[in-house]
Design a protein around this ligand. Structure first.
Ligand SMILES: Cc1cc2nc3c(=O)[nH]c(=O)nc-3n(C[C@H](O)[C@H](O)[C@H](O)COP(=O)(O)O)c2cc1C
Length: 363
């Protein structure tokens, strides 16, 4: 049977049945296509993860993400503390007072939700966050990836790092078993004129990975790239500095801050910016691991990120926001419906593109 026909049969099957954790194996045996991927040195069953945010801060969500068939997730960013409980970034625990979905004018069908909100990192203190991290740790295994996202003290140009915050928080999470840490350089920071000075930002990207990694050699660090308007050269400079600082990879990149609406923004524009940066990073360091995130709403978007050089992708707004057009899959929850669209949509699903011979070359 032709591959297209076999894919069509599988797509019909999964319309009715859950994707679960075995579908990548079925795809391999039925279509001969391997969709496995990596996060740094860690194998993933496929390249689609759930990004850190409002969908990764409760046990029930992590359970549902795993059940739906996502390859893993990054937990909502913890705002760290030192041993005495001091927390210099405490305002990043601010509770949100609004969150809404908006659409670009061109998005007539409402299939590409963008989230506008005024929240920040996780609102819990370290003790509460550690309890959460402990509870969800057992979900992590060979076929389900979980990592941490962390934000601790970021010095102004005149200050030194309060290293104890970074070290104590990392140590506590490492003791639970977590070994992979993204650094959440969140878009809201861009608003803080005192902190955002080019040399100072470069110092963060260079020095924080080493501080975190001083806790254990086993730890892998992925800083998340902030999206500034300083131009592509500065975006690449941040990556270069973090490579110097012994980061193990980079997540490209966080949403960009829009002053007019006092919120971060994403969508198509974010995807385009990120893909441009990923291609440039590949030129300066071909093997530096990259996780891509931003403006992913279809399998084609996943495909574009991977083709540009990302090893995997992280998605949030497509799952969290309101998608006005009905999903093809009627059964299951939103995690299941979105993952089905991303892989099996007959026009722009990731598998359709692979089967049509547009496959990215496997290294
Ligand atoms: C409501 C909301 C909360 C978020 N919280 C976090 C967070 O805690 N840590 C983090 O690193 N990124 C956070 N992000 C950024 C997302 O992880 C993601 O990288 C970004 O939204 C781009 O992906 P998307 O276009 O699929 O949403 C958040 C984004 C949104 C919209």
């Amino acid at each position: 049977m032709q591959l297209e026909k076999k894919l069509e049969k599988l797509s019909i099957y999964y319309l009715e049945n859950p994707l679960d954790r075995k579908f990548p194996e079925i795809i391999k045996s039925e279509l001969g296509i391997e969709i496995n991927a990596k996060y740094g040195t860690i194998p993933l069953i496929h390249p689609i993860l759930v990004a850190p945010g409002q969908l990764t801060r409760e046990k029930g969500q992590i359970e549902r993400i795993k059940k739906a068939g996502y390859s893993g997730c990054i937990l909502k960013s913890v705002v760290g503390e030192d041993e005495k409980g001091d927390c210099s970034m405490i305002e990043y625990r601010k509770k949100m007072t609004f969150l809404k979905t908006v659409y670009e004018k061109e998005d007539k069908e409402g299939t590409q939700p963008i989230i506008v909100w005024n929240g920040r990192a996780d609102t819990r203190n370290l003790k509460e966050y550690l309890e959460f991290a402990q509870t969800v740790f057992p979900y992590q295994n060979d076929d389900f990836f979980i990592s941490i996202s962390i934000l601790c003290h970021l010095p102004t140009p005149k200050e030194e790092f309060k290293k104890e915050e970074w070290i104590y928080t990392t140590k506590k999470l490492y003791e639970i078993g977590y070994k992979i840490f993204e650094i959440d350089f969140c878009p809201g920071l861009k608003n803080e004129k005192e902190l955002i000075e080019k040399e100072n930002v470069l110092r963060w990207y260079r020095e924080i990975p080493e501080i975190i990694k001083s806790v254990s050699e086993e730890i892998l660090v992925y800083p998340k790239l902030m999206n500034f308007d300083f131009g592509i050269d500065f975006q690449i400079k941040m990556v270069e500095e973090t490579i110097k600082g012994k980061a193990d990879g980079i997540t490209i990149g966080n949403r960009f801050f829009k002053q007019e609406i006092n919120s971060a923004w994403g969508g198509r524009e974010l995807k385009e910016r990120n893909i441009q940066v990923i291609k440039e990073v590949k030129k300066i360091s071909e093997n530096f691991p990259i996780s891509g995130t931003g403006g992913i709403y279809t399998g084609r978007d996943v495909f574009d990120y991977i083709k540009a050089g990302a090893d995997n992708v992280q998605i949030l707004s497509y799952i969290l926001g309101k998608v006005k057009k009905e999903f093809l899959k009627k059964k299951g929850d939103k995690f299941e419906k979105t993952l089905y669209e991303l892989f099996f949509n007959p026009e722009h699903g990731f598998l359709k593109l692979l089967v049509s011979g547009l496959a990215p070359e496997k290294s």
